[in-house]
Design a binder for this molecule. Structure first.
Ligand code: SAM
Ligand code: SF4
Length: 336
């Protein structure tokens, strides 16, 4: 195995550099999307195991000031459920150099929080929305909250958390007929839509390749109604392949994590709500920064362990390999 170069950054053996930190603020959620959580919820992480706001802020500080992280995205579980969210965002925004700060949320109660989040320093949001139909929404998320999500989206746009991106997962026999309506809705409201292929990260381990609606199918469906042309320019580490709609400037993205993996350009590192660093959604091992931190380690020691975690990053997620094994943690406890 090659030796790690003397770099302060989160480099790996395949020439990638992680600059995008995903921070899970909680594993809890107020929805129960069928592909993400069982109806009864999961065994939530016990409170003493969760990082406190101060611990979280310290680790984000190490990532930004010592490891070259330029983008911080808060996620979960549902990040809006984290008490002290605004304070954590404000502390992140006070770091030098200031990172770009975004959040992935289900949008419930975002309408009441958008202004305070902007004041704290949040730059952008991604809101997850898989259906426009209230009855379907209730079946899919097991909660009757579609109107709240619509209000959250509008409030985010009006508060300047732009571009507001909408993430949609299509599932066969559930909402696969909504590609066109979702795009029409997003175009009409000025939101940027991205479809995400469903990945094997559900706690029930019920993912079935045959039920996944592929990027190719989504694009074919969209083309029945819209003219799509590849967006010119570099994609960089961005997971979404983007297509101009009717010549632009509006665009739609497709994140083909399974059928067209973008691992070779991955620039992510992840911190879970209980202080574990993961170099991939699909990692089968983690680095315990919480133990290090609570054991009195210095920022320099923490940074070194984080670098070692990145150096050990695999070339790809392996979903399409014969011996693929799903990680033990479900998506909601890793941070999507
Ligand atoms: N609760 C927030 C939300 O729903 O946006 C943040 C966490 S959620 C786990 C983040 C994103 O992961 C959502 O857009 C959700 O649709 C997506 N997601 C969850 N399970 C998934 C899976 N198995 N495959 C692909 N995307 C998934
Ligand atoms: Fe909650 Fe997001 Fe999972 Fe839905 S996808 S259950 S909103 S964490």
């Amino acid at each position: 195995m090659s030796a790690r170069p003397d770099s302060a950054l989160l480099v790996d053996r395949f020439g990638r550099v992680a600059t995008d930190l995903r921070v899970s603020l909680t594993d809890r959620c107020n929805l129960r999307c069928t592909y993400c959580m069982p109806a009864e919820g999961l065994d939530w992480l016990p409170k003493p195991e969760l990082l406190t706001d101060d611990e979280l802020t310290r680790l984000i500080g190490v990532a930004v000031t010592r490891l070259g992280v330029t983008d911080v995205r808060f996620t979960g579980g549902e990040p809006l459920l984290r008490p002290g969210l605004e304070a954590v965002i404000a502390a992140t925004a006070a770091l030098e150099p200031r990172p770009r700060i975004s959040m992935t949320t289900n949008g419930v109660s975002l309408d009441r929080r958008a202004a305070a989040l902007v004041a704290a320093g949040l730059n952008r949001v991604n809101v997850s929305l898989d259906t426009l139909d209230p009855v379907r929404f209730r079946t899919l998320t097991r909660r009757d909250r579609l109107a709240d999500v619509f209000e959250g989206l509008a409030a985010a746009r009006d508060a300047g958390l732009t571009p507001v991106k909408v993430n949609s997962v299509l599932m066969r026999g559930v909402n696969e007929d909504e590609a066109v309506p979702l795009l029409r809705f997003c175009l009409a409201h000025g939101y940027q839509l991205r479809f995400i292929e469903q990945m094997p990260l559900d706690p029930q381990h019920g993912w079935d390749r045959g039920d996944m609606v592929t990027a190719e199918e989504i694009l074919a469906e969209l083309r029945t109604e819209f003219e799509l042309t590849p967006e010119p320019g570099e994609r960089g580490g961005a997971p979404a392949e983007r297509w101009l709609v009717a010549g632009g400037p509006a665009a739609v993205g497709v994140i083909a994590s399974v059928t067209r993996p973008f691992c070779a350009a991955c620039d992510r590192t992840r911190l879970t709500a209980d202080g574990q660093v993961r170099n991939c959604l699909f990692s089968r091992s983690e680095t315990d920064l919480r133990a290090l931190l609570r054991g009195g380690a210095s920022d320099g020691e923490i940074a070194d362990r984080w670098r070692a975690n990145s150096w050990a990053k695999a070339a790809g997620h392996g979903i399409n390999d014969a011996g693929f094994q799903q990680p033990d943690r479900p998506m909601s406890a890793i941070g999507g």
